[in-house]
Write a protein that binds this ligand. Structure first.
Ligand code: NAP
Length: 526
């Protein structure tokens, strides 16, 4: 039995768990594997739950796929356990044959300009967490009393936050947006949202589908300045024109941008605009203005010269704004005890193998997702990324006892587990009353065919119990920590479905504050 801990139950972590089960079963000599997916929150799915905008239903449906991974008999959810607080890296490394870190990128990047910390200036990550109901950001954090909001950055997160600010909140009723957030959006005074790119439209990071969606928002007028949409006006190098010729995404983006610059309104857009969304280019923020709170923003016109150098032109303008959302990218945070490259904000790695300071791979430690490659790509990108990490992990297994002398691919770094020490297991499917219907993960370990006695692992309240031969459980029990089980998470899910019914809103409404989440999860402790 290969026991692996995956830290983080977002897309990267769950794709890694899936890849482990599938790849280990497909080896010439299949390896039975048990995966504990650990998360600091009592709720799984990471960015799918707390990053994808509530009105992006089809992207959110990825949770249905990830649910099947969590319900695999070889995978167990271990929620409410914080690496660095509840368990150390050393304890994890000695409790498992391998650890995969997949904690994503939680922190915002900084602008490094004056006024950045004034009240009214926020990281877009906080705003995203707020409307997604993340328990770290209280429902009262945003009151939306600004009439004009500046969103810095022209990536997909900037589009998400600008869209949520501009959209008629009535359109969010059927989504899972928390009720206090929906009420704040209804009470919002926001009339203008300015999205500001420091380079031109050809260099914008957003994707065409997301950009096009802005044109379809009822009651929202999208405006682009004609000179800023002109590919040559501020770029003498010809780089914008070349990108427009060579990159399909850029071409797609320019179709929308050109129409807005020409004042063309798509047939799908309604008349009578309640809000304006102004997309600006070639402007970099130099200062956020205000004394007690944000009152505006100084922007400097930028350009690219004939030699391709990008910089400010010395021409400035002031934008009135009472709220600034800095949407200039996410950053990973270091995990206590785990190597971290401060410059690139990733865990140094080679194909997912965590590297020590001297560049050598650390036995049994791996990394996947944004923590491995930085905050790039869409959710699906994490699937191939996690599969690569798992390939490295399985290649590193020392040769097992193979029929016909078959060896696993590479003698390596991991301790090959002693078959005699095969542990007590407790997969989620045994815990949950749910059948893992539709789950298509193979089970090299025998999965649900295991003797009933081996599939225990919950205490009377439904928490993951500390079994004598579950080293992590023993460590946590010693600290009085009861990890949240999958069955307990399902109680939170049920409470959210019930809440939606009671409010007459959609399929589910997210619980926002920690207290409500914990009392749904552990009513006996409330
Ligand atoms: P991003 O795509 O990297 O965009 C960051 C933006 O911030 C860029 O426009 C960048 O401009 C700008 N920027 C960086 N530093 C700046 C500075 N000092 N001053 C002014 N502007 C600055 O990051 P993101 O929007 O946070 O998205 C992260 C990832 O999540 C992306 O892969 C994105 O596609 C993905 N995502 C996807 C979806 C979706 O599929 N619907 C939704 C949300 C997020 P430069 O290019 O000039 O550096």
């Amino acid at each position: 039995m290969l026991n692996v801990a995956v830290v983080g139950s977002g897309p990267a972590g769950l794709y890694a768990a899936e890849a482990l089960v599938k790849q280990a079963a497909a080896l010439p000599l299949p390896v039975p594997v048990r995966v504990d997916v650990i998360d600091r929150l009592p709720t799984p799915y990471g960015l799918v739950r707390y990053g994808v905008a509530p009105d992006h239903k089809s992207i959110k449906s990825i949770a249905q796929y990830l649910r099947k991974v969590l319900e695999s008999p070889d995978v167990r959810f271990v929620g409410g356990v914080h690496l660095g607080e509840d368990v150390t890296r050393d304890e994890l490394v000695s409790a498992y044959d391998a650890v995969i870190y997949a904690t994503g990128a939680m922190r915002d990047r900084r602008l490094g300009i004056k006024g950045e910390d004034l009240p009214g200036s926020y990281a877009a990550t906080d705003f995203v967490n707020w409307y997604c109901g993340h328990p770290d950001v209280a429902a009262s954090t945003f009151t939306l009393d600004a009439e004009s909001v500046a969103v810095i950055g022209v990536g997909n997160v900037a589009i998400d936050v600008a869209r949520i600010l501009a959209r008629d909140p009535a359109e969010l009723h059927a989504t899972d947006v928390p009720q206090p957030v929906l009420e704040a959006l209804h009470a919002s005074k926001v009339r203008e949202v300015h999205m500001i790119g420091r380079r031109g439209p050809a260099y914008a990071k957003f994707t065409t589908k997301e950009l096009r969606e802005l044109a379809e928002l009822p009651g929202v007028e999208v405006i682009v300045h004609a000179d800023e949409a002109d590919l040559s006006a501020f770029d003498s190098s010809g780089g914008s024109v070349t990108l427009a010729e060579s990159d399909r995404r850029v071409r797609g983006n320019l179709v929308s941008i050109t129409k807005w610059a020409q004042g063309v309104t798509p047939a799908t857009a309604s008349t009578g605009h309640a809000r304006r969304l102004i997309v600006r280019f070639w402007l970099k923020p130099v200062e956020i203005l205000g004394t007690d709170r944000v009152t505006g923003l100084t922007l400097e016109r930028t350009a690219i010269d004939a030699a391709g150098a990008f910089g400010g032109t010395g021409e400035y303008e002031t934008l009135d704004a009472q709220m600034v959302l800095r949407s200039v990218g996410y950053q990973s945070v270091p995990l206590p005890g785990v190597p971290f490259d401060e410059r690139a904000s990733v865990v140094p790695n080679e194909l997912g193998r965590v590297l020590a300071a001297d560049g050598s791979p650390l036995p049994g430690e791996y990394v996947a997702g944004w923590l491995k490659r930085g905050p790039t790509g869409v959710i699906g990108t994490n699937k191939s990324d996690a599969a690569e990490t798992v390939r490295s992990l399985l290649e590193d297994l020392a040769g097992g006892p193979g029929a016909d002398g078959a060896q696993l691919p590479r003698a390596g770094l991991l301790r090959y587990p002693d078959p005699a020490a095969t542990a007590v297991v407790a997969g989620n499917s045994g815990e949950a009353a749910l059948a893992a219907d539709g789950a298509d993960l193979p089970s090299a370990s025998g999965g649900t065919d295991l003797p009933a006695g081996l599939r225990t692992g919950l205490d009377a309240g439904g928490a993951v119990a500390a079994e004598a031969d579950w080293p992590l459980g023993t460590v946590l029990a010693g600290r009085g920590i009861k990890p949240v089980s999958y069955a307990e998470w399902l109680r939170i899910e049920t409470a959210e479905i019930d809440l939606a019914k009671s409010l007459g809103r959609g399929e589910r409404v997210k619980l926002h504050d920690s207290e409500a989440i914990w009392s749904a999860c552990r009513p006996q402790d409330a």
